[in-house]
Design a protein around this ligand. Structure first.
Ligand code: HEM
Length: 134
């Protein structure tokens, strides 16, 4: 998956918009752009951010047993950006579903309950950290 991470990252965000089309309106750069969603570089960058931060959360959980958001951006900043943009619980929930579905499609031969739980746990810890600040 690492070789094609931007494509997978974008794919799981497009899945979110398929399920909740109005979620796209939360993004200022989508509201102000005529580019097709899959060609928008800023959307790709946000999708990669979520993907990478979930991976980092997994590493931190393994090393220290907890998730410490803040390597590149503070959790307070992240919470404030998402709060102001009107991101709600349902968006985080559906994004998780889309993330798991994308991974399952990307590496079907590796997919297992254990792998699903590992990604779910990392994502949940990261989101709890952001939502607590929101
Ligand atoms: C912005 C990460 C989930 C919507 C951002 C930024 C990061 C980020 C790093 C850039 C902050 C900045 O401007 O400095 C994450 C992570 C998520 C997550 C780690 C989950 C684990 C979501 C979800 C939505 C969302 C579910 C729902 C639609 C947005 C919006 C912005 C943003 C609207 C502001 C973009 C703009 O208009 O400039 N996010 N995000 N995020 N995120 Fe997320």
């Amino acid at each position: 998956m690492k070789d094609d991470a931007p494509t997978f990252a974008l794919k799981f965000f497009l899945r979110l918009f398929e399920i909740i089309p109005s979620a796209a309106k939360r993004f200022s750069f989508l509201r102000d752009s005529n580019l097709p969603l899959d060609k928008n570089p800023k959307l790709k960058a946000h999708a990669m951010g979520v993907f990478v931060m979930t991976c980092e959360a997994a590493t931190q959980l393994r090393k220290t047993g907890r998730v410490n958001v803040g390597a590149n951006t503070s959790v307070q900043h992240l919470a404030s950006v998402h709060f102001k943009a009107g991101v709600a619980d349902v968006h985080f929930e559906v994004l998780k579903f889309a993330l798991l579905e994308t991974i399952k499609e990307a590496v079907p031969y590796m997919w297992s309950e254990e792998l699903k739980e590992a990604w779910s746990e990392s994502y949940d810890h990261l989101v709890v950290a952001i939502k607590n600040e929101m």
